[in-house]
Design a protein around this ligand. Structure first.
Ligand SMILES: Cc1ncc(COP(=O)(O)O)c(C=O)c1O
Length: 408
């Protein structure tokens, strides 16, 4: 019998017996408020929102609209109808990228993107979209001027990953956003890693479309995400389907939010995201970031002191922001083996490999090492957990030294 078959309805999270340092992949556990609200709301009002006029339907529709408003404000948007829900950031980035670019157009992006942007762009390159790929410096930061210098009259989108899921650097996108707005080019900003960890303001960042996922630092469940589309930006529709409104019409509705929403929404996901964002707001984005960065520094300093451990872009550069993921390798060990030892021998969960971001690994040279080991610190981690993780990596590095015959 699998673990899933065994799991009783009242089981607590397995996190009690492990140290979870894979928050870059998804935050876990979620705040209790998220589990409780998802359960209670879906039990009481789990009907298809906005499709009918009975009370339950109105109640579930109200939750969707109030969550729209909540997230619109959280991202610095002005029109809640332009906040559209989808499955995750990948879904939103696909809708944005395919909705903006056509053969003959030009786009600018970076080597730090996640496959959720890289693959749509690679696909479009094959169809005749020209893409300029801008690399980062040795610290993992892209020069905004280098991006601005690539803008052309036929540029129709600039796509930037705000916070790297591999090295944790946060790009200075405001100058790029300003230059884009002056030229009427939408900046598509992937805030998968920064939403809930840094204050975000569409206007200050100059974003045209801001794409988020619910299950990371926004503390919601998986399967919910979306985007805010600035009123000056028009996205071509690349899907069509039911909206529950004007069903006799033969083409998909043009007005927001229906324009970019298709089919039955993820109501339990929206409920969880609602509770997650409220939890983040109550705790404060700045306080969450400070807590995680304190632990990140403790982790970085501990790992840095271990012979045979190489950290990637882990210096804090004055005036530049970063988030709490940290990538490293252990000499003499493949990243995947380190991850297995951390899991099996030390009860520590992390992520190894290329982290769906192959270009930044090429830049680091870690593509030839099967990627890196990544720790992602979350709001529920403690200093004691970080110290245990550092000791565990120390033991693994010692094994690596043994394998290499004691050579550093
Ligand atoms: C920077 C970045 N962009 C996009 C994504 C995709 O998020 P999702 O899998 O929730 O669509 C991730 C997830 O790891 C990410 O870290």
């Amino acid at each position: 019998m699998s673990r899933t078959d065994e799991c009783p309805a009242s089981a607590g999270p397995d996190s009690a017996s492990m140290i979870y340092l894979d928050n870059g992949a998804t935050s876990f556990p979620k705040p209790d408020e998220v589990y409780r609200f998802m359960d209670s709301f879906y039990r009481r009002y789990g009907v298809n929102p906005g499709r009918s006029g009975y009370d339950l339907c109105i109640e579930s529709g109200d939750l969707v609209e109030s969550t729209r408003k909540l997230l619109c404000g959280f991202l610095g948007g002005t029109d809640p109808n332009r906040l559209v829900f989808g499955y995750n950031a990948t879904d939103a980035l696909n809708l944005a990228i395919f909705g903006l670019l056509r053969p003959g157009d030009h786009a600018v992006t970076t080597h730090l993107e996640h496959n959720s942007s890289l693959r749509p762009l690679w696909h479009l390159e094959q169809e005749g979209v020209a893409v300029d790929w801008v690399d980062c410096d040795a610290h993992g930061y892209v020069d905004p001027q280098a991006m601005i210098a690539r803008l052309r009259p036929e540029t129709r989108a600039v796509v930037v990953n705000h916070g790297s899921n591999v090295i944790g650097t946060v790009q200075d996108v405001a100058p790029v956003g300003r230059a884009c707005r002056e030229r009427g080019i939408p900046l598509v900003l992937d805030v998968s890693q920064t939403a809930g960890m840094l204050p975000l303001d569409m206007e200050q960042l100059g974003a045209g479309v801001i794409c988020f996922t619910g299950h990371k630092s926004l503390m919601g469940p998986m399967g919910i995400g979306g985007m805010y589309v600035h009123p000056d930006v028009e996205l071509r529709q690349t899907r069509a389907g039911g909206t529950g409104v004007r069903s006799a019409q033969r083409h998909h509705l043009e007005e927001y939010p229906y324009r970019m929403e298709y089919g039955t929404p993820n109501l339990p996901g929206i409920a969880g995201l609602n509770a997650g964002v409220k939890w983040v707001q109550q705790r404060g984005v700045a306080a969450i970031h400070e807590h995680e960065m304190d632990l990140w520094r403790r982790l970085r300093d501990g790992l840095r002191a271990i012979e045979g451990v190489t950290l990637y872009c882990a210096d804090e550069v004055p005036g530049r922001q970063r988030i709490s993921v940290l990538s490293f390798n252990v000499a003499g060990m493949v990243a995947g083996d380190v991850g297995t030892m951390l899991d099996v021998d030390h009860g520590i969960a992390c992520r190894t490999g290329l982290h769906c971001a192959p270009m930044i690994h090429e830049h680091l040279g870690t593509d030839k090492l099967h990627g890196s080991v990544r720790f992602g610190v979350g709001p529920f981690n403690t200093g004691a957990e970080i110290d245990t993780a550092v000791r565990a990596v120390g033991e693994i590095a010692e094994l690596g030294r043994g394998r290499r015959g004691g050579a550093a």
